[in-house]
Write a protein that binds this ligand. Sequence first.
Ligand code: ZN
Length: 277
Amino acid sequence: MHQSPDPELLSLNTATVREKWSLRQMIEGCARHGIRGISPWRDKLAELGAKEAAKMMRSHGLTVTGLCRGGMFPATDRRGRQAAIEDNLRAIEDAAILEARCLVLVVGGIPPGSKDIAGAREQVRDGIGAVLDHARACGVPLAIEALHPMYAADRACVNTLAQANDLCNELGEGLGLAVDVYHVWWDPRLKAEIERAGDKRLLAFHICDWLVPTGDLLLDRGMMGDGVIDIPLIRSWVEAAGYRGFHEVEIFSANNWWRRDPDEVLAICRERHQSCC
Ligand code: ZN
């Protein structure tokens, strides 16, 4: 029997209730349900603007466990790559205003028309390298989120924690990892790469579950406990490596959780965090 996690460490990634609630409703909802962390996506952040959102989150006692997201570095030409860099610099500034624990990077896939995944990975390295100094100056750690390989073409060509750790080795201080159980649970090297990352690099821990069968590549994530991921085991690994941060629920679910009353969703998140994480 595992020990239930500290309920104070639950965080809401706004993707989980994005269809029915505004950012304002999400902030108030977290406070109402005793959820102490929040991780907004930038489309929701735009509703209030970073300054207003920061003020409101603070006044509701919320810690910003991450800002989602920067990244998407690879592009067909120089202009496209430069536009991505500028967008990331703006995201870093918003993350600084929010005092976010990290800016999550979904690094991007292969540019349209290309078959060069190795080249895309070089563009990712160069893109992160181009914004890292600014992130350091702003005090915003960048968290590379390795995505499941099924997203390598269109969302992220960094697909394992080993790749993400290698990038951290290469680029140095100010860079770390977001460990999302949905993306990495299958990896035979998961435990070893979490140990390798250590507490300095472990910046975020995202939770949900892998449903069998999965009906949609993007929008059919499960609630913790409804799938095949041993979340308590993975949590024990990140904690053994020294991670003491939040557990952020991030569920993309077009046909189930997004259709439900968000107050019901948050209540179930709290309960499953205790019973299944
Ligand atoms: Zn995630």
